[in-house]
Ligand binder design. Structure first.
Ligand code: UDX
Ligand code: ADP
Length: 459
């Protein structure tokens, strides 16, 4: 029986290993983490992350061929293939602070592997990494004095949160990069054999190591660029009377552009987009390509601008002051169907509103705990509401931050009655039926579309 180990039981490692265990019953999969609480949660009825469909897969496989363990040394010793999916956040200190990836967790993992391994192994990079990280890992691993050989494989994960299980079960592609040597090719084939259990062979792409590492950064950069491009045009739509949804629907009909990922919003969030672009920016600067670095950095700047613009629009609409006004924040997660709030644009919006001395009441179906942590310093002055109707009671405005479909089913007539008048609704996701809200009495401010207000035109 082949033994697979995954180091790092987070948003990537957790769901990925669950699906591999589900699809490959003859492999024994162990997942370890330095965070013992996280492992205990994976072994409990309350998994540490929320992902539709995940619980069912874990329940099917746990203690069959999927094990969560705190025994890192023993698990390393036993494993044939080790997936590394530890976190690689943006560096907050020293050289490259604010842009470069912080590789300390990765390096510590590589050093643990060197310390405990007793036979040759395949080490698979799952975490997103700067190009040529595999070289550094290889050097650390081969510093061992036990004459062990390691093959480094890059197998970046493209799953999106909220659809992780569906993405893993039916991926557009699986990318596997390795050394172009006979041993490298053998290792690529071994990793490909895992995915061949359920992914059609033509969707499994093999490349050299550096292409694979770079592809992950580029894929996220291109997706984020699309969102920033649409958001930049949403600003122009608001000035000109064009409607962003009509523009993107018509532009997206061109098969070269395609209809997906063209929804205007308050901006992208999540643990990957900003981090990966800044990582790309840092790499380009490092290799002396300043123009290329500046080009990509603009994607992040445009994203920050969109959140600032949203708050500026709120202020302008609400008579240039929100001081002491209650504002209901609907949604705090960075997107629907996840409790994850990392880099959520809601954080930036809330912080700006707090700077303006607004009183906030936040509701999210899955992300309230994370919201409490993110806004820890402002806890006393924010209400965190399990019930959306509590959040909107006596509010002057609603700011919708996350595209949870359950928000569409709220009773907006009841909400209108609960609010102060005039009642403002700022839809940061263009999620709701704006005409219907307007008819109820709301003054509605979408993204990239004309506002629907009951105020007489200024003369
Ligand atoms: C992303 C990539 O999609 C995935 O392939 C990679 O492995 C990790 O990073 P994720 O961050 O989980 O996944 O979510 P994604 O669905 O890509 O959304 C990212 C952000 O962009 C969210 O805040 C989302 O709301 C926003 N977005 C997305 C838009 O604002 N408009 C869109 O049209 C699409
Ligand atoms: P991602 O979204 O990339 O999966 P997460 O932060 O959700 O990132 O998960 C990464 C996990 O890796 C965390 O649970 C963290 O505790 C774990 N981790 C970090 N360093 C190590 C290490 N040296 N050994 C084992 N686990 C680690």
């Amino acid at each position: 029986m082949k033994k697979i180990l995954c180091i790092g039981a987070g948003y990537v490692g957790g769901p990925t290993m669950a699906v591999i265990a589900d699809r490959c019953p003859e492999y024994r999969i162990t997942v370890v983490d330095i965070n013992e609480k996280r492992i205990a949660a994976w072994n409990s009825d309350h998994l540490p992350i929320y992902e539709p469909g995940l619980e069912a897969v874990v329940k099917r496989c746990r203690n069959r061929n999927l094990f969560y363990s705190n025994d890192i040394p023993g698990s390393i010793r036993e494993a044939d293939i080790i997936f590394v999916s530890v976190n690689t956040p943006t560096k907050t200190f020293g050289a490259g602070a604010g842009k470069a990836a912080d590789l300390q967790y990765l390096e510590k993992t590589a050093r643990s592997i060197v310390e405990y391994a007793e036979n040759d192994k395949i080490v698979v990079e799952k975490s997103t990494l700067p190009v040529r990280t595999a070289q550094a890992i290889s050097r650390i691993l081969h510093s061992n004095t036990k004459n062990l050989k390691f093959q480094i494989i890059s197998n970046p994960e493209f799953l999106a949160e909220g659809t992780a299980i569906a993405d893993l079960e039916n991926p557009d592609r699986v990318l596997i990069g390795g050394m172009e040597t006979p041993e490298g090719k053998k290792a690529i084939a071994e990793v490909a054999a895992i995915y061949e259990h359920w992914v059609p062979r033509e969707r499994i792409i093999t490349t050299n190591l550096w292409s694979s590492e770079l592809t992950k950064l580029v894929s996220n950069a291109l997706l984020a660029q699309r969102v920033s491009s649409v958001n930049s045009i949403s600003a122009l739509c608001e000035k000109t009377g064009a409607n962003i949804s009509e523009v993107t629907a018509a532009a997206g009909r061109d098969s070269r552009i395609g209809p997906k990922f063209l929804t205007a919003s308050i901006g992208f969030g999540g643990s990957c987009f900003k981090k990966d672009i800044l990582n790309l920016v840092y790499l380009c600067g490092y290799y002396g390509l300043q123009e290329v670095a500046d080009y990509w950095e603009q994607v992040v700047k445009m994203n920050d601008f969109q959140a600032r613009r949203f708050v500026a629009n709120m202020l302008a609409a609400m008579f240039n002051t929100v001081a002491d006004k209650k504002i209901a924040i609907l949604g705090f997660a960075f997107k629907a169907d996840t409790g994850d709030t990392r880099e959520s644009p809601a954080i930036a919006v809330c912080r700006q509103l707090l700077d303006e001395h607004a009183k906030l009441a936040i509701h999210d179906p899955k992300a309230l705990d994370n919201a409490r942590t993110d806004l820890e310093d402002a806890r006393g002055i924010i209400d965190f509401c399990e019930d959306p109707y509590d959040a909107v009671k006596n509010a002057h405005a609603i700011a919708l931050m996350t595209d949870w479909s359950c928000f569409r089913r709220l009773d907006f007539r009841r909400i209108f009655d609960l609010m102060e008048k005039p009642a403002f609704l700022f839809d940061g996701r263009n999620l709701l039926d704006h005409e219907a809200l307007y008819r109820i009495g709301f003054n509605v401010y979408p993204i990239g579309r004309k506002a629907l207000t009951h105020f007489p035109a200024a003369n």
